[in-house]
Design a binder for this molecule. Structure first.
Ligand SMILES: Nc1nc2c(c(=O)[nH]1)N[C@H]1C(S)=C(S)[C@@H](COP(=O)(O)OP(=O)(O)OC[C@H]3O[C@@H](n4cnc5c(=O)[nH]c(N)nc54)[C@H](O)[C@@H]3O)O[C@H]1N2
Ligand SMILES: Nc1nc2c(c(=O)[nH]1)N[C@H]1C(S)=C(S)[C@@H](COP(=O)(O)OP(=O)(O)OC[C@H]3O[C@@H](n4cnc5c(=O)[nH]c(N)nc54)[C@H](O)[C@@H]3O)O[C@H]1N2
Ligand SMILES: [Mo]
Length: 734
């Protein structure tokens, strides 16, 4: 069973804790609640963090004393629809396996039993400070890697800690994987992130690119698409699977995995050859149109069909439909960037709305605006808060410079995917992880071994997780979403703050932990007296409010000073740092030919490259990581057993033809195997995947861990692993 690891190792963990220090169990928490049944209920507010801490959906809860008794929709909040994952956070909060005290190891690294015992915060923080200072002294500050996993909320505080400690090796899950690969494509093209958006009243056509928002964005995205369809908006969906979203499409383009650069070029060819593209816009605002147009010439509908599997007539029809603009698009995909030519596949799709001139126009997708300096909490909240300039000035000092030069040149976050190699070379000596998970990587054991071999390593988390934590020196209890103040959530010109409860045990906010460490290893005056609320105020005050003021406005969100949303910002000089019209790219225009990839001899326009091909031995392509509506990554299942009731083990979608050819029936236990390893799961025979394609989530542990199948081959632009490109054979379990 998948959560066996966790449960067993927790038991091992608690054996070493003196009885007096034993953690209060969930049962006792509820008893406290019940005993106080007469106590009046009070209302509290927080932000859900159970999918990837990005949508920041609002939760309103009722509490008795310090015990939360119910959770529900916060109807004044921007994202008010809660899904099962949000409701499951209550079960997570009172999970008896929660990590509630700082723990230090007592057995040598590599021991089966790390012998973790409880220690005080003072001892834990002292140990961290002493080790980090000694390592900085001996090997330089850059030998310490600061890392946040998928949790995005700790990031501003951790990035600030890295900056003041003096290490430019600050990395996150987004520089390992996730959507920053698509964002890199957006930045190369537009100079800034621009992933499209929804449909406005003027929208006539909508292009949904490798995004199954029906499941990955449960807070109303699909309702928006349905409403647009009712208004007559024509919808083109590009997805290798027949998703809920694809079922709404007027045209569903269903390419073979990883062939998107050819398909997009095929669509662009139709638009160019038939004169449907916006020549005036291209002449004025787009760089490299002629080169790309020439490149597209070879992608005739027939050739495109041959390369991608999409029928030639559908390529033409999709182009015609989408050309009836104004058109909007949505590209929130992680899966497109998780293959060896991922960034170029993404760039190629961006060319379609670009050559039609659907950029920042009414009815199209508008560039995002927000309060001054705002860069979203996953990037650091504001440029000033994390000192972007300093990180930018040290890009050339980073270890990823030769590994992924384009990434290094454009991104302030370090790409740590060669961690094992850099540790072996003695270049990284200490690891500070906040919500860190080795399961994020292909071949997780290789990364776990690297972290074991560092001189010092600690992490903060909600739970002790054997596979990631067993070789750490220290593991620290992080307060959960109901128990913390920072960060607040931002939506355009509105912010939402929280009214939390007190943390259980000795759990502390990640921001508090980062600031305490900061005050010990750097100048304390940069860390707000260790107070997350004061840190939030340093930003909110510039936007014209304070945390306390915003709390007074609850349940309403607070309006702050922000740039006003308006179309055609590039004409008015609102997209460039120098206030000139145009885009923040080297050419000042939207770049179909990237002057940045060119500079590093890594190509010009987004070229098609054949993805890894199935072989006689491994004839099925597995897209390993598509999102299911009720589960997130590797964490949710054991944290909220309620999720395990929905899906108790790894479920693998296989087309009826492929299943029949292998004697596999619905519910059979199956084994996926390739040259890298094998993993187990249960078959779901479904036409959601076409023949030759297998779909599955990732994140199951033990013998269901699919990360072992993925090779450590990386996209040359983003450095991301090909999670969606691997080939396997499947057999029925003996
Ligand atoms: N094969 C394959 N691999 C993938 C992907 C895929 O699709 N396929 N997807 C990639 C993508 S897009 C992502 S986002 C990553 C997933 O990224 P991971 O980092 O693997 O994400 P999680 O498992 O959600 O969370 C990591 C840890 O953070 C802890 N945690 C959660 N919230 C907090 C918090 O607020 N504070 C602290 N201190 N800890 C917290 C959790 O308990 C968990 O142990 O995986 C990537 N890897
Ligand atoms: N319920 C739930 N929601 C989540 C998460 C979760 O774990 N659970 N995780 C969050 C995170 S961290 C992320 S990054 C996002 C991801 O959000 P999304 O990227 O929207 O989610 P996915 O399901 O990974 O991928 C979208 C679609 O891309 C298709 N696809 C795969 N490969 C290709 C290809 O080569 N070409 C084309 N055209 N299509 C392809 C897949 O079939 C899938 O339907 O979701 C977030 N939301
Ligand atoms: Mo992600």
């Amino acid at each position: 069973m998948t959560n066996l690891n966790v449960t067993l190792s927790r038991r091992g963990l608690f054996k070493t804790i003196p009885i007096a220090a034993a953690v209060p169990s969930a049962a006792s928490m509820f008893i406290t609640g019940a005993a106080k049944a007469q106590e009046a209920e009070e209302t509290g507010f927080t932000i859900c963090d159970n999918c990837n801490q990005m949508p920041m959906c609002g939760i309103k809860f009722q509490k008795q004393g310090n015990t939360i008794v119910s959770v529900g929709n916060w109807k004044e909040h921007q994202q008010k629809l809660l899904c099962n994952k949000a409701l499951a956070t209550l079960q997570r909060l009172y999970n008896p396996n929660r990590l509630l005290y700082p723990m230090k190891r007592t057995n040598p690294k590599g021991s089966d039993d790390p012998g973790f015992v409880r220690c005080s915060w003072e001892e834990a923080l002292g140990m961290i400070a002493a080790n980090l200072k000694a390592i900085r002294e001996k090997y330089g500050p850059e030998s310490v890697l600061f890392f946040c996993g998928d949790p995005k909320e700790p990031r501003p505080a951790v990035m600030r800690l890295a900056r003041h400690f003096g290490s430019w090796h600050y990395a996150t899950e987004s520089s390992v994987a996730c959507r920053k690969g698509s964002m890199l494509a957006e930045e190369l093209t537009f100079g800034v992130e621009y992933s499209g958006g929804g449909c406005g009243l003027k929208t006539k056509s909508y292009l949904v690119i490798a995004t199954n928002g029906a499941w990955s964005k449960p807070h109303g995205w699909l309702n928006g698409v349905r409403a647009a369809k009712k208004r007559g908006v024509k919808i083109v969906v590009v997805d290798v699977r027949r998703t809920k979203t694809a079922e709404l499409a007027d045209v569903h383009l269903q390419p073979r995995q990883g062939t998107d650069a050819a398909l997009a070029a095929g669509v662009c060819r139709v638009l160019f050859e038939e004169g449907l593209y916006n020549k005036e816009f291209c002449d004025k605002w787009v760089h490299g149109v002629e080169e790309y147009r020439n490149y597209c010439k070879q992608f005739t509908p027939e050739k495109t069909e041959e390369l991608t599997g999409v029928p030639a007539n559908l390529v033409v029809e999709a182009a015609h439909i989408y050309a009836q603009g104004p058109g909007s698009f949505a590209l929130t995909s992680q899966s497109l960037s998780h293959s060896t030519n991922g960034v170029n596949n993404t760039r190629a799709w961006l060319c379609v709305p670009v050559i039609l001139g659907y950029v920042d126009i009414p009815g199209g997708a508008l560039f995002g605006v927000g309060p001054e300096g705002y860069i979203c909490h996953d990037n650091g909240l504001t440029k000033e808060f994390v000192d972007y300039k300093w990180f930018q000035s040290h890009k050339k000092d980073r270890l990823d410079k030769d590994f992924v030069p384009v990434w290094n040149y454009t991104q302030v976050q370090f790409n740590p995917n060669k961690l094992p190699e850099w540790v072996k070379e003695g270049k990284l000596k200490a690891f500070c992880g906040f919500g860190f998970n080795v399961m994020i990587w292909p071949q997780p054991d290789v990364y776990a071994e690297a972290i074991k071999n560092m001189d010092f390593a600690f992490a903060t988390d909600y739970f002790y997780r054997d596979i990631s934590h067993k070789n750490l020196d220290l593991i620290l209890p992080a307060a959960m979403n109901y128990e913390r103040y920072a960060p607040f959530a931002t939506f355009g010109n509105k912010v939402a703050v929280r009214k939390p409860v007190k943390p259980l045990g000795e759990a502390k906010e990640d921001w508090w932990i980062a600031f305490q460490i900061g005050a010990l290893v750097a100048d304390p005056k940069d860390f707000f007296d260790g107070d997350p609320v004061k840190a939030c105020d340093s930003v909110l005050q510039k936007w014209g409010t304070t945390y306390a003021e915003a709390q007074k406005n609850l349940p309403n969100m607070t309006v702050v000073k922000a740039q006003k949303q308006e179309p055609l910002k590039y004409e008015k000089g609102l997209l460039r740092h120098d206030g000139q019209p145009g885009f923040e790219t080297p050419s000042g225009k939207i770049e179909l030919v990237s002057e940045i990839t060119k500079k590093f001899n890594l190509g010009t326009y987004p070229e098609y490259q054949q993805p890894m091909q199935p072989t006689a031995q491994y004839p099925l392509k597995v897209i390993n990581g598509t999102r299911a509506p009720y589960i997130t990554h590797s964490k949710v299942r054991s944290d909220s057993p309620y999720s395990l009731e929905i899906e108790p083990m790894s479920t693998i979608d296989i087309n009826p033809k492929d299943a029949a050819a292998r004697g596999i029936k619905e519910g059979d236990k199956i084994v996926l195997k390739n040259q890298n390893g094998e993993c187990h799961g249960k078959a779901r025979v479904s036409i959601i995947v076409p023949p030759g394609l297998v779909g599955m989530q990732y994140g199951w542990r033990g013998n269901q861990n699919s990360q072992v199948l993925i090779p450590r081959t990386f996209d040359k632009l983003s450095g991301y692993a090909p999670y969606f490109e691997t080939c396997v054979e499947i057999t029925k379990e003996a």
